[in-house]
Design a protein around this ligand. Structure first.
Ligand SMILES: NC(=O)c1ccc[n+]([C@@H]2O[C@H](COP(=O)([O-])OP(=O)(O)OC[C@H]3O[C@@H](n4cnc5c(N)ncnc54)[C@H](OP(=O)(O)O)[C@@H]3O)[C@@H](O)[C@H]2O)c1
Length: 288
């Protein structure tokens, strides 16, 4: 299968690590808001599958840049979907638990009704609608709380602040599953390989939730980071109300991943994912 990855951030580089033979395009090669460029740039590559990892992901900044956010995360997804449909290319896209309002008491299933509470979530929901409208053979994975190399990273932010200040205040009322990007890419990669088969094992096109096994809140995730890295900093649990940010966050972001699990293993328990990620960093610094 000939693979094209669009976007050179956290998930794009994770897929490229797994599939070194794949073509990867950054924004300077292909701006997804410019559909008139798609034939000239993508036709020569002739991919069987496009994995779209390009997005506007600055959750707080999105509140003051809604037009740009909606263009990249909403309208441009429709452009890509229409292009892929016109060439019979499978399109893989990512959305988020932020399309939900987080008020539910159970982990969200794929059919739950979106009701975003911030500008980023709204833009990602627009992308979901555009994908459904213009796409043909599409897989959309709703993912969450990703960390890894080459992207914004809660783990690194906690380590840095703990070392610099020796104290952390972290919210304990937002719930989800911290997921290591490389493990997520591996599990989705296996799932997508099944899609290349024409057997009954082939997962139907559509929406899938996928996140690390187990759930936690940001405070307990921070505590685990300190424990696994051995950084001696104090840690206090605070409420989201006590730490207002420009964009509201869903309280319950938990995703029910049972549908995905019918076809492929879920990412490992979140504590193990963290351990593997930290080990991979240690290996990198030994090799450097
Ligand atoms: N990270 C998470 O926790 C998380 C959670 C839920 C869902 N997701 C979704 O997962 C997908 C991958 O996210 P990620 O974490 O890998 O994001 P990321 O690290 O921010 O990478 C996104 C990439 O898209 C690029 N980009 C922005 N505008 C573009 C444009 N117009 N054309 C082409 N490329 C453009 C960015 O370039 P610049 O940096 O130069 O702008 C960046 O390299 C996204 O759809 C995101 O919404 C992520």
């Amino acid at each position: 299968m000939k693979l094209l990855i669009i976007g050179t951030g956290l998930m794009g580089t994770s897929f490229k690590t797994l599939y070194p033979e794949a073509t990867i395009l950054g924004e300077q090669d292909l701006d997804i808001t410019q559909p008139e460029r798609f034939p000239a740039v993508i036709d020569p590559i002739a991919p069987d599958m496009i994995i779209n990892c390009a997005a506007y992901t600055h959750v707080d900044k999105a509140e003051t840049e809604p037009d740009k956010t909606n263009l990249i995360n909403g309208t441009a997804v429709g452009y890509l979907a229409a292009y892929a449909a016109s060439r019979d290319i499978i399109l893989v896209h990512f959305s988020t638990d932020y399309i939900f309002d987080g008020q539910g008491s159970q982990p969200y299933v794929e059919d739950d009704v979106p009701s975003p509470i911030n500008a980023y979530g709204y833009s990602k929901w627009l992308g979901e609608v555009a994908l459904a409208k213009h796409g043909k053979n599409t897989y959309m994975f709703r993912i969450q709380w990703i960390y890894g190399k080459n992207g914004g990273n809660f783990v690194e932010a906690i380590r840095k602040k703990a070392r610099e200040t020796g104290h952390l205040d972290v919210v304990n009322d937002q719930w989800g599953s911290p997921t290591w990007s490389l493990d997520l890419a591996q599990k989705i990669g296996y799932f997508l390989q099944l899609s290349a088969t024409k057997t009954t094992e082939r997962p139907p096109f559509g929406i899938y939730h996928v996140a690390a096994t187990g759930q936690t809140n940001w405070h307990d995730f921070a505590r685990e980071i300190l424990a696994q890295t051995g950084i001696g900093a104090s840690l206090s649990a605070i409420s989201s109300e006590a730490m207002p940010r420009p964009a509201k966050r869903p309280t319950n972001g938990r995703l029910n991943c049972a549908k995905f699990a019918q076809y492929a293993a879920l990412p490992m328990p979140w504590q193990d994912g963290l351990r593997h990620y930290l080990r991979s960093l240690a290996q990198d610094s030994q090799e450097a």
